[in-house]
Design a protein around this ligand. Sequence first.
Ligand SMILES: NC(=O)C1=CN([C@@H]2O[C@H](COP(=O)(O)OP(=O)(O)OC[C@H]3O[C@@H](n4cnc5c(N)ncnc54)[C@H](O)[C@@H]3O)[C@@H](O)[C@H]2O)[C@@H](O)CC1
Ligand SMILES: Nc1ncnc2c1ncn2[C@@H]1O[C@H](COP(=O)(O)OP(=O)(O)O)[C@@H](O)[C@H]1O
Ligand SMILES: [K+]
Length: 496
Amino acid sequence: MNIITAAQTRDADRHTIETDPIASIDLMERASGTFVTVFMQLYPDRNTSILVCCGTGNNGGDGLAIARLLQAHGYDEIAVWIARFSDRESDDFSANLARLHNTPIPITEFFPGDELPVIHQAVVIDALLGSGLNKPLTGDWLRLVQHINEAASRRVAVDIPTGLPPDGIIPEAQYTVYTHDVISFQRPKLSFFFPESAKAIERFHVVDIGLDESFIERLPSDFSLITAADIQRIYHKRKPFTHKGTYGHALLIAGDSRTMGAALLSCGASLYSGAGLTSACIPPEGLVALNTSHPEVMYCPAADLPEAWDKFDAVGIGPGLGQREKLLAECLTYVAKPLVIDADAINLLARASPLMGRLPGQCILTPHMKEFDRLFGTHRTWWDRLCTAREQAEARHIILVLKNRYTFIVTPDGKVYINPTGNPAMASGGTGDVLTGMLTSFLAQHYTPEEAAILACYLHGAAGDLLANEGMAVVPAGRLLENIPRAIGTLNQQNS
Ligand SMILES: NC(=O)C1=CN([C@@H]2O[C@H](COP(=O)(O)OP(=O)(O)OC[C@H]3O[C@@H](n4cnc5c(N)ncnc54)[C@H](O)[C@@H]3O)[C@@H](O)[C@H]2O)[C@@H](O)CC1
Ligand SMILES: Nc1ncnc2c1ncn2[C@@H]1O[C@H](COP(=O)(O)OP(=O)(O)O)[C@@H](O)[C@H]1O
Ligand SMILES: [K+]
């Protein structure tokens, strides 16, 4: 699903109005109706007291229509505030204001400098400013938004929280309405996936307001959100007459005396992700633990690597590797093959920068934010970090998997795939090692690096989501890897 900018959304709006055809006021009505449908699921109690705060643009127009529609659905305790901080009002705002005057809903208008009454409603609907935001909030707008945030109410934004820029560039000190829910029209906004939006958005819902999807899908965008349908398309179900040779041989080069667990987790993840064979190149003191935890995994001593190298279809290097820089440097001199570089190996690359020049094309690096900044320098915002990632991926012909709540997969052609799966229960040591094992496993199974990255990130998060949805507040890495087959299994069920 391509993620489009606010300007492209306006194009899609215009196109839909012309070709559907539908009057702009009716499109606003449709959008407001879809908002109300989701809102009623979130707050089904018709006695909920609601304050709808409206600006005078189209976001405010939506707010007015929403107030009227909620009232028609039986929500009787509704009040509307209108922020008259600008002289301009949109045509659809005016039309909806006229319609609202035909209802009993009380309307209070606020002008610059006016005192703001205490908000006592249970829910505030934020329809002040939407995707038309073009500068940070100041003056009366800022004062009103602070006032809303200080109230004890639940806050639900129409389309986007007021103050949040939609297209990903979020200045450090940007102030917004802090919402519990955002009900966003047609597409999530790019900013929703950036950590800087965490305060502004607890969760978001996307509603289809009937804009022309075939037009939107043709709009150029470097950003796409990975969907279940993408995974279905990429994933190949295992076929009857296949055998272990069909599914490739993965090698994990990992572990050190104090961090052997990382090696075991990544080996286990490779195994559970379906590689035909998995081998572990770990220090010999880890052998007993390996044979105890994953007897299916074979051992390849570091001394054997030069001769054994050819038999592996893919290699993952880094989890718990410690300071074994020489081993990493040697591996980068062997014949290039599908490669994943993670964790300590990334830190070694950061320290020994000439090694960066030896990365084979299409190799996958999986840094979290700190590892990324160690490699490429500190960044003040995630937008800046993502710009660097795109430059580096292109210049070095590598794939960067920038891990976070929404992991960004950045490819050499400048595309950014955003992974929606995963949850905070997975925020504990070792889950990244599991991801490395999965990536290596899918590479060994002959998926392209881009496909492997998309599959691994999505299924990694999906396995965590399965457990979180079953009530696990914390998902340790060991449990996560055991659930990879179940996450893959749901694809098999959908495919059959
Ligand atoms: N296709 C869609 O997505 C649809 C969008 N609609 C709504 O239209 C909204 C966009 O409406 P508009 O373009 O009228 O814009 P907004 O209602 O977001 O903003 C109104 C105006 O406020 C001014 N403004 C921007 N930032 C400001 C700031 N920081 N301080 C003071 N003034 C500021 C701008 O001049 C802007 O045009 C969407 O967010 C959505 O709610 C719906 O009406 C229906 C269809
Ligand atoms: N809050 C979260 N929401 C979604 N995914 C998360 C969250 N926290 C962590 N993860 C995922 O867990 C993994 C953590 O990787 P990493 O930070 O490298 O951990 P470690 O090095 O300890 O194994 C990443 O894939 C990340 O996307
Ligand atoms: K809003």
